[in-house]
Write a protein that binds this ligand. Structure first.
Ligand code: G1P
Ligand code: ZN
Length: 543
């Protein structure tokens, strides 16, 4: 065993984005690239002597190689113990659960979420803190600063360890415990949901299709849905995690989960359809011929959460990211609890959850979760839906219809323009930012602008300020347009346009979403000059 100190030079651009550092695999495979970032994490944490870590990832290409490097570096930096998922696998919510249960110092999660995998595709790495959640900006900024000055890193000369068998191993003096990636997570789910009621639901013939998209959730969904809950074999499809996700994007949206959408809108639709993403933190839910917009799913889950044992005593508050629709705010108002509006990215929910100010959180980007972990959690949302369906004895379309009749409906859609030239996208944003204040009071297509700004957030717990979080234009009617650039893409820039229109209870609640939003769609194009600046007449993805 030799401890090696390897000389290195900084790489440019190792700045963590919305959710860690995401780059092409080929970028990560450059000499010392991954090691530089890992050592920068360790340096930013003030050294690792005696600390403990969880390490795992979504199983994508380069996951296992990266884990072997991280283990040897952790050992060389003085880490005392690491928990690793078998075969290097841990869904993001399971990693969060394991960090919390075993009270480790933190964890390193390897994932590029819903981005494609494979030798020419994406890889990612992020650090989670001891509460199980993504490191806050204070820490990611410190990591980035370290990447800019790094001159060497520590690594142990030690053979790769066997990640395929469970149990205790050694890397130098460091203990490595290869754990079952599902067990701790499943145990947690059993404390939150009425498994007996869900078992009876399946026993009575309720049909679910869960598409794991050949990604991390497969083993979890099989063990919990088909195992513990008795759903028929075949309920989980694409349940085997593959390094390249079977050449698909593991992104549960209408484009990449097309087979599921086709099934749910077809003649033999089961009662419920669901899918999760590469690392298992996202979810979508569909009823027969009804896609539940994630913003609506958040609202419906919050309104009905008390039906699940883990939330029987009620919610402390509901938090949503700023671009997420205001549907959840209406539920919070009715429940008499606070509603929080945070910037995009799960890390902004951490303080609210830790302070017990919010219990349920969500993002329009297919993310919902609660205080049980500090990440969004795809399978959790599916289980909560199942629990609610079982308790109410109603199917999803009926539950959503009643929800809208109670709260009104926030028609909502996101239009993404992917792989834009970065300069062009920045120019578009700058131009719109520059004219925001002049829009207020003006009328466009019958809609008067009530307010327009670049969203800034002051964390109510620690007072930290995050600015430049998205341009929003709010109309007197309550309709809204939000425009921001993605912070997770690895190729060019992605422009996200979020469109919302509120229809009160008693109004027209059954419209087709894009039709309901037609005025907002036209206005977004007009105000942000999308077509003229990008040359694109259509978004790449509508969700
Ligand atoms: C996207 C989503 C955001 C989510 C993040 C990580 O970030 O919009 O809600 O938290 O992925 O899953 P973006 O690419 O928009 O920065
Ligand atoms: Zn994800």
């Amino acid at each position: 065993m030799t401890l090696q100190t390897i000389d290195t030079k900084p790489y440019e651009g190792q700045k963590p984005g919305t959710s860690g550092l995401r780059k092409k695999v080929k970028v990560f495979q450059q000499p010392h690239y991954l090691a530089n970032f890992v050592q920068s994490i360790f340096n930013a944490l003030g050294g690792m002597t005696g600390k403990t870590l969880v390490v795992g990832g979504d199983g994508r290409y380069y996951n296992r190689e990266a884990i072997q490097i991280i283990l040897k570096m952790a050992a060389a930096n003085g880490v005392s113990r690491v928990l690793v998922g078998r075969n290097g696998l841990l869904s993001t919510p399971a990693a969060s659960a394991v960090i919390r249960k075993y009270r480790t110092t933190g964890g390193i999660v390897l994932s590029a979420s819903h981005n494609p995998g494979g030798p020419d595709e994406d890889f990612g790495i992020k650090y989670n803190i001891g509460n199980g959640g993504p490191a806050p900006e204070k820490i990611t900024d410190a990591i980035f600063a370290e990447t800019k000055t790094i001159s060497n890193y520590n690594i142990l000369d030690w053979p790769d360890i066997d990640l395929a068998t469970l149990g205790d191993k050694l890397v130098g003096d460091m203990a490595v415990d290869v754990i079952d990636p599902v067990a701790d997570y499943q145990e947690l789910m059993q404390t939150l949901f009425d498994f007996r009621a869900i078992r009876s639901l399946f026993a009575s013939g309720f049909r679910l299709r869960f598409d794991a998209m050949s990604a991390a959730t497969g083993p979890y969904a099989r063990a919990i849905l088909e195992g513990a809950l008795g759903a028929p074999a075949g309920t989980v499809v694409n349940g085997e995690p593959l390094e390249d996700f079977g050449h698909h994007h593991p992104d549960p949206n209408p484009v990449h989960a097309k087979a599921l959408f086709d099934l749910m809108y077809g003649p033999d639709a089961p009662d419920m359809g669901a899918a999760s993403d590469g690392d298992g933190d996202r979810n979508i839910v569909l009823g027969k011929a009804l896609y539940v917009a994630p913003s609506d799913s958040l609202a419906a889950l919050a309104a009905n959460a008390h039906l699940a044992p883990g939330y029987r005593t009620g919610l402390k508050g509901i938090a949503r990211s700023m671009p997420t629709s205001g549907a959840a705010d209406r539920v919070a108002a009715k429940l008499g609890i606070p509603a929080f509006e945070t910037p995009t990215g799960w890390k902004f929910f951490g303080n609210l959850l830790d302070a017990d100010m919010a219990t349920i959180c969500g993002e329009e980007s297919a993310g919902t979760g609660s205080n049980h972990v500090r990440e969004k959690d795809g399978l959790w949302a599916v289980l909560l839906w199942l629990n609610i369906i079982a308790a109410r004895g109603q199917n999803i379309p009926a539950i959503m219809r009643e929800h809208w009749q109670t709260y009104g409906r926030n028609y909502y859609s996101r239009h993404d323009y992917e792989v834009l030239d970065t300069t062009l996208a920045n120019d578009l944003m700058a131009a719109l930012r520059g004219k925001l204040s002049s829009l207020v009071g003006q009328n466009f297509r019958g809609e008067t602008v009530a307010g327009a700004d670049d969203f800034a957030y002051t964390d109510p717990v620690d007072g930290s300020v995050s600015s430049g979080q998205g341009l929003r234009i709010v109309f007197e009617s309550g309709s809204r347009i939000v425009i921001r650039l993605s912070g997770t893409g690895t190729e060019g820039a992605t422009l996200r346009v979020y469109l919302e229109r509120y229809e009160p209870a008693g109004g027209n609640l059954g419209m087709e979403t894009q039709e309901a939003l037609a005025t907002m769609i036209a206005l977004a194009d007009e105000l942000a000059e999308i077509t003229s600046r990008t040359g694109r007449s259509e978004p790449s993805v509508v969700s």
